[in-house]
Design a protein around this ligand. Sequence first.
Ligand SMILES: *Cc1c(COP(=O)(O)O)cnc(C)c1O
Length: 371
Amino acid sequence: MSLEQTLRDRLEEFVKRIEKNTKSYIGYPVSKDFEYSELAELLKYPLNNLGDPFVDSTWKVDSREFEREVIEFFAELLRAPENNWWGYVTNGGTEGNLYGLYLARELYPKGICYFSKETHYSVAKNLHLLNMRHIMIRTTENGEIDYDDLKETIRINRESPAIIFANSGTTMTEAKDDISKISGILDEFSIANRYIHSDAALCGAINPFLEPRPSYDFADGADSISISGHKFVGSPIPCGIVIARKDNVDRIARSIAYIGCLDTTITGSRNGFTPMVLWYAIKKWGKEGLAKRAQHGLSTAEYAEKQLKEIGINAWRNPNAITVVLPEVPSAVKEKYQLATANGITHLICMPNVQKQDIDNFVKDLKKELQ
Ligand SMILES: *Cc1c(COP(=O)(O)O)cnc(C)c1O
């Protein structure tokens, strides 16, 4: 049985519209240069990665074997402690952040979560869901957490466990909070009861290839890290990766076992298709391919910054960022290129698919609109 002709026409039209809209955007951190058609066959099956990817299940229509390989790849990339990591493929960066905060709250129910003003909008919601005490910290001009403000705030609350929600690549300016500096502040006040979650939604798979390497991963002091899969890697379905220290996960897994449940992930049923997408991507590119993608993004961003400055636009970038920040642009240009804009600033994000030609087109349109 197939759809009536009118509905099929509508569907066809929709596909065309999506194709067109996908071509034009340069304002969101979502790669579009992927090709996963070899996986299409799997759409015939009710893949579901129900439960913990590392625990056997009676349900066999799953891709958990591939999911484990994906987690292992990222655990190595993020310098997770040997034999002491655990994780799963999430529905996106937000779920990974929720998981990290959940773990932190279970470990330190009386902890205070510190996060900067430039933190992704989903975090306020996550903190609300988890009913966690929290304090927002100022940021400096470039979008990075203000270490002086953090230090003063922690000083006042030094009796409480500290839960740090750090950004490695803020949404608007791709600013990176330095986890080593933050750990130093916690050391200064001898706060042993601490937890650091790293939100590396965009930059998690870029940072390892940067020189100097940003301070954001397990070796730098993170206890959990969340990355979006559909951003830098690229996926037709939103997804992500969360990795945490296994000793911490085991502590809360036990407390759940106590109530008769061994469920370690946030949702019960889990996507079995997206782990295949991520697996395909990492096998196809490997670390070298990811490094090349990062390098390409950086050089395009450098080019974009230069071209914009040449037409008199006050564009700037954080060190080694693929995000170029500029004053709010006229709405015709904003619409055409789907440019996210907030508080008077606009950004374009040089994802691996963005080419110099795309930048030239954008700069030409912007110049024309400004004249
Ligand atoms: C995109 C983003 C998120 C949310 O990730 P989703 O995959 O969209 O859920 C969180 N934090 C930062 C910094 C982001 O850029």
